[in-house]
Design a protein around this ligand. Structure first.
Ligand SMILES: *Cc1c(COP(=O)(O)O)cnc(C)c1O
Length: 461
C-alpha cells in the first residue's frame, strides 16, 4: 500500500514513511493510492468482535508490510490498554434512532486519544527498528497536544513539543499539557490563536534545513495514521446498529475535518453510510463552504467549544483532492489562492460532489448552551460543548428512519465551566485523574515567531 500527496509532486511513500513524515514535501497531505475494500461479508463478520479485533481487520490493509500481523496486533492491544472503558468506544442511546458514540474514555478524555495512543505505539516500533531519534512538534487547540504528550511521554526515541494558543485552552486542557513531568515533553504557550500555531508548524515543515536537522515528524490531524485510527469506530458503531444490512448516518463535531474524513474513508471502504454531517460552531468556514461553495477565512472567534475554533480546516484538502478526481495541480491552485487571497470559490460541479457525501450545520454559542441544558434535563446526559453541537445539528437534520450516530468527542469534565453554566452541575474528573489540579505545571511562553520557536526546539533536543 503506497501513499500519494494531495498536491501531486511529493515522493510516493509506503505507510511507514508517510506516517513519519506527516506533511508531504510539496505541502500536501498523504492519502492512500487506492482504498481497500471490505465486502458485506467482511463487515458482517465484525459483529460481536472486540474493539481491538475490529481495529486490526479495518486497518491491516492500509499498513502493508510495515508490520507483521503479530506486531500490528500487539501495537493495537497496547494502544487501547489505557482506556477507562472496556468497550473503548461505547454507544449510548439518546433518543429513538439517535445514538451517542462516547469517544472520551481515553487517558486525556477526548477522541484524539484513539489516534494518538496508536501513533505512539507505531512510532515506538518503527523507530526502535531503525535506531532513530525524532522530534515531534505539534500545534493544538487543546486536545491534540495533551493526547500527544500522553502517548509519547517517557519514550526515549522522541522529543515532543506542543504549541498551544496562550490563554485560549481550558484549564483542564492546559494542565494536561503542562503537568507531565517527563523531560522529553515540552509545552509551549504561543501568543496567538490556534491558526497561528498551525501556521508556525507548517513553516517549520517547509524549512527543510530545520526539518531535516532536527528530524521533524508531525502527528497533527493531517498525519494519515491518525485518520486511519479514526476509521475504526465508524465500523464498530455501525455494526452494532445493524450494518451492513442497515445504513446509518453520522454527525461529527468538526474543526480540522480529520474525524469526519475518517468517516468518509469508512464509506469508501464499503461501510453503508447514508449521511455524514459536519457540525460546526460559530467558526463555520466549513458550513459556509458546503452551503455556498465559498471557502473564505475570517477571524477566529473564541468559543466555548475551543477544539473547533479554527478557520483553516487542514484535512478538507483531502476531500477536495477526491472531488477534483485526485488532480494535485487543481489542489495546488486552490491552496495558492487560499494563501494569497484568504480563500477560494468552488464550482457548482465540485460543490455537488462534496455534497454527495457531506451535509453541514452550524450552532451558535447560545444554542450550544441550550442543548447542554436540554440534554441534561430530558435524558440526564451531560454533554461537553463540542458533543452538544453535534447532537443539536443531528437533531435538526436526521431522518427518523435511519439511525443517527453523533460522535461525543470529549468528556464533559474537560469543559466544566460551560457545562456548569448550562446545567448547574460541575462534572467531576474520572477518579484516575482526580489529582490534576494539584500537580506542578511546566510551560514556556513564546512569541508567535518562527525563529524563536525553532531556537527553543534546537536547544532542548
Ligand atoms: C479535535 C476536536 C474536534 C474536531 O475534530 P477534527 O478532527 O479537527 O475535525 C472536536 N471536538 C473535540 C473535543 C476535539 O478535541
Amino acid at each position: 500500500m503506497m501513499y500519494v500527496s494531495t498536491r501531486g509532486t511529493a515522493p510516493v511513500l509506503p505507510f511507514q514513511d508517510a506516517m513519519r513524515t506527516g506533511l508531504a514535501r510539496d505541502g500536501g497531505l498523504y492519502v492512500p493510492q487506492s482504498i481497500p475494500q471490505m465486502s458485506h461479508a467482511d463487515i458482517a463478520a465484525l459483529a460481536g468482535l472486540s474493539y481491538e479485533e475490529i481495529a486490526f481487520r479495518v486497518m491491516r490493509p492500509f499498513v502493508g508490510d510495515t508490520f507483521t500481523d503479530a506486531e500490528f496486533g500487539d501495537i493495537i492491544t497496547k494502544a487501547y490498554a489505557n482506556f477507562g472503558h472496556s468497550a473503548r468506544a461505547p454507544l449510548v442511546q439518546l433518543d429513538n434512532n439517535h445514538f451517542l458514540l462516547e469517544l472520551f474514555h481515553g487517558p486525556t478524555l477526548a477522541f484524539k486519544d484513539f489516534a494518538m495512543q496508536l501513533i505512539g505505539q507505531l512510532f515506538q516500533v518503527v523507530l526502535t527498528r531503525l535506531g532513530e531519534r525524532i522530534t515531534i512538534v505539534t500545534a493544538t487547540s487543546g486536545d491534540t497536544g495533551s493526547a500527544a504528550m500522553e502517548a509519547f511521554r517517557g519514550l526515549d526515541a522522541v522529543d515532543v513539543f506542543v504549541m498551544f494558543p496562550h490563554g485560549r485552552v481550558s484549564e483542564v486542557q492546559r494542565r494536561q499539557m503542562t503537568t507531565p513531568s517527563e523531560s522529553n515533553v515540552h509545552a509551549l504557550a504561543v501568543d496567538g490563536h490556534f491558526d497561528d500555531c498551525q501556521a508556525r508548524l507548517k513553516d517549520m515543515f517547509n524549512d527543510f534545513e530545520f526539518r531535516d536537522g532536527v528530524k521533524l515528524a508531525g502527528v497533527n490531524s493531517i498525519n494519515w495514521a491518525r485518520v486511519l485510527a479514526q476509521v475504526v469506530y465508524y465500523f464498530s458503531s455501525a455494526v452494532q446498529l445493524g450494518a451492513p444490512q442497515r445504513k446509518v448516518s453520522f454527525t461529527v463535531p468538526t474543526g480540522n475535518f480529520g474525524d469526519i474524513f475518517a468517516g468518509y474513508i469508512a464509506k469508501q471502504m464499503g461501510l453503508p453510510i447514508d449521511r455524514l454531517v459536519v457540525a460546526t460552531n460559530q467558526n463555520d468556514i466549513l458550513h459556509r463552504c458546503l452551503t455556498t461553495g465559498a471557502y473564505q477565512t475570517g477571524d477566529v472567534s473564541p468559543s466555548i467549544s475551543p477544539s473547533m475554533d479554527i478557520q483553516v480546516s487542514s484535512n478538507f484538502e483531502r476531500a477536495l483532492f477526491d472531488a477534483y478526481d485526485r488532480d494535485g495541480a487543481s489542489v495546488v491552485q486552490l491552496m495558492e489562492h487560499l494563501k494569497t487571497q484568504g480563500g477560494f470559490d468552488l464550482s457548482q460541479g465540485i460543490l455537488d460532489r462534496l455534497r454527495d457525501h457531506f451535509d453541514s450545520g452550524r450552532v451558535s454559542e447560545d444554542e450550544t448552551l441550550a442543548e447542554i441544558t436540554a440534554s441534561f434535563a430530558s435524558r440526564a446526559e451531560l454533554l461537553c460543548p463540542h458533543s452538544a453541537i453535534g447532537v443539536r445539528v443531528a437533531d435538526q437534520q436526521r431522518d427518523v428512519n435511519t439511525p443517527m450516530i453523533t460522535l461525543a468527542t470529549a468528556h464533559p469534565a474537560k469543559f466544566p465551566d460551560a457545562v456548569e453554566r448550562a446545567t448547574g452541575v460541575r462534572p467531576p474528573l474520572p477518579a484516575r485523574m482526580a489529582d490534576l489540579y494539584d500537580r506542578d505545571e511546566r510551560v514556556t511562553r513564546v512569541a508567535n515567531d518562527l525563529e524563536a520557536l525553532k531556537a527553543i526546539v534546537k536547544e532542548r533536543i
